[in-house]
Every structure is written in structure tokens, then in C-alpha cells.
Unconditional design. Structure first.
Length: 94
């Protein structure tokens, strides 16, 4: 089981994270197009990927669809993509 052991040769074999704190991201095509700013990350076992992976905490932008009921969410690296800082919807975020 993934959660019972660290990856072999940890931490040497850990790939660098794709995103950094402060990066603006959005969920890749999902039922809603939530987006926000990376505020945290950790390396954890991802059973659905059958490996360890980077998981991110995302502070949702004020104009993100789910922001009405949550202020932040988490996502696995393959579920996110970087967005342009010119994205109009981000301009409403303080």
C-alpha cells in the first residue's frame, strides 16, 4: 500500500513540484471552472494515481464558482493548470 511506505530513495526521487506558492491556477476541465492561488503544497500518497504526488491547497478567487460556499480547496497536480495573470476573472481578487 502506498501509505505504508515512503517512496523508494525518498527524498532524492521526489520530482519537483510543477506549481509554487503564489501561482495562479485553475482546475482542468471539470464540472465547474474553479480557479485561485496556490497557498500550500505537500507530497502525499495518491491512491487513484497509484503513486505519490504533489497535492496543492488553492485559495479560491472571489469570482471562482465555488467561492460562495468555500474559500479554499485542494487538488492533485494533474488536475490543475497554470493560468495567465491577465485572466480577467482574477482581477476581482484582492
Amino acid at each position: 500500500m502506498l501509505r505504508d511506505n515512503l517512496p523508494q530513495d525518498f527524498p532524492v526521487t521526489v520530482p519537483p513540484p510543477k506549481f509554487q506558492i503564489g501561482d495562479r491556477v485553475r482546475w482542468q476541465p471539470q464540472p465547474t471552472e474553479d480557479f485561485g492561488t496556490i497557498t500550500g503544497l505537500h507530497y502525499a500518497p495518491a491512491q487513484h494515481l497509484e503513486s505519490w504526488a504533489w497535492k496543492y491547497t488553492v485559495w479560491l478567487a472571489l469570482s471562482s464558482p465555488s467561492q460562495g460556499w468555500i474559500s479554499s480547496d485542494s487538488a492533485w497536480e494533474p488536475d490543475l493548470e497554470l493560468v495567465s495573470v491577465a485572466c480577467d476573472r482574477f482581477q476581482k481578487q484582492p
